[in-house]
Ligand binder design. Structure first.
Ligand code: PLP
Length: 386
């Protein structure tokens, strides 16, 4: 059978090949420490789990949802006002999506035609590339460079490319590079979007994982953001509900209406017990979220201190659940390094090259193990001689 040409736009999945080798090593009795995938090991808060359990007892909640519950939309409005000071959002500016992953794919299909151009960061979370490619668009990269604090540098974008691009994906705190946005940087991005008639698609997955006392923000706190942008706001990492697939697309009503129209062709809405769990998360206490942020910071410290103590350059890690580390001892091939690290140290990390051309020479390490295990991983790396 001849499959679609769309499939040719994607290479093989890095995680799948790393996992296959990991299973082989474990089957042979090796202990493996996995710092590759960003799946939190923390628990969902009890009140969130209980809301889902209670809602699931009611057979009515097993029917097609068809739409977002008004209480859910209101919970998002209240959360944005209370947590970020973003007031005045209206229901036509909010839709639930089955995770940012799915949501960005649907939005891309609603906004893009074959041959359109999308600006994505380099390096970036692979979804930003994949969602545009699925929709048939082409990619243009803009740099998240070390000399610019791993922040978007709009002055490095060719104005002609910006004029041709339909939207630009911005995501801070950034996966994989661990940088955190600043008001000055956002002001430049918004000015640039206005000048080039660009939509900004802001992916806000890590507003609750910012280190050293930094505050989490929404894109919409920045003056002018509401006119130029939309924001994906995922509950996955703040509430450890990655498998429940809960996120929201928020902002420009025209973009929301287009995405809603497309999504309605194939999706009957978020499972109602999950909507109730999301309401509980958004309306409930946030103390577990704060505690967890400090625990991530302890892990960050254990990993960065450890790597520095064995001769690595201190990694960039100000926010998100990732540490972005330059390969040690002049090594440059990240995939080769990762394979050797798995074989010799039993530690799995993600090659920087899988996040884009500028990721080569780096690895990404996920803070998904407690400090003691992270210290074991650092010792194993030191002993491996790599
Ligand atoms: C930047 C970024 N966006 C989105 C996601 C996925 O969000 P969701 O679970 O809502 O699909 C991740 C997960 O790692 C991420 O790092």
């Amino acid at each position: 059978m001849q499959f679609s040409k769309r499939l040719d736009r994607f290479g093989s999945e890095v995680f799948a090949s790393l996992n296959a080798r990991r299973r082989e090593l474990e089957a042979s009795g090796r202990t493996v420490i996995d710092l590759s995938v960003g799946t939190p090991d923390f628990e969902p808060p009890a009140h969130v789990k209980n809301a889902l359990i209670e809602a699931a007892k009611d057979s009515e909640n097993w029917k097609y949802a068809l739409a977002d519950l008004p209480e859910l939309t209101q919970a998002v409005i209240d959360y944005y006002a209370d947590r970020f000071g973003v007031t005045g959002l209206t229901p036509d500016q909010i839709m639930s999506v089955n995770g940012t992953q799915e949501g960005m794919g649907r939005m891309a299909e609603a906004l893009l035609d074959e041959g359109d151009l999308v600006l994505v960061p380099d390096p970036c979370y692979p979804l930003f590339r994949a969602s545009a490619l699925i929709a048939g668009a082409d990619l243009a990269f803009y740099p998240l460079a070390e000399e610019n604090g791993f922040l978007p540098d709009v002055s490095a974008i060719d104005p002609a490319v910006a004029d041709r691009a339909k939207y630009m994906v911005v995501s801070l705190p950034a996966n994989p590079v661990g940088s955190v946005g600043t008001p000055e940087n956002y002001a430049q991005i918004i000015e640039f979007a206005r000048a080039h008639d660009l939509l900004i698609v802001h992916d806000n997955a890590y507003s609750d994982i910012i280190f050293d006392g930094g505050e989490g923000h929404s894109f919409f706190e920045n003056p002018g953001a509401a006119e130029v942008g939309v924001e994906f706001f995922s509950l996955s990492k703040s509430f450890n509900v990655t498998g429940a697939r809960v996120s929201f697309l928020i902002g420009r009503a025209d973009v929301i209406a287009a995405t809603r129209k497309l999504r309605g062709q194939s999706d009957y809405g978020m499972f109602l017990p999950i909507q109730y769990a999301a309401i509980a998360a958004l309306n409930g206490p946030r103390d577990s979220v704060r505690t967890q942020e400090l625990l991530y910071q302890e892990r960050r410290d254990a990993l960065c201190d450890g790597l520095e103590s064995i001769g690595w350059e201190r990694p960039n890690a100000h926010g998100s659940m990732f540490v972005w580390a330059r390969l040690p001892h002049g090594r440059t091939d990240s995939m080769q390094f990762v394979l050797e690290l798995m074989e010799k140290a039993g530690v799995i990390v993600t090659p920087g090259a899988s996040f884009g051309p500028a990721g080569e020479g780096f690895v990404r390490m996920a803070l998904v193990q407690p400090p003691a295990v992270i210290r074991e991983a650092v010792s194993a790396i030191a002993e491996s001689g790599l």
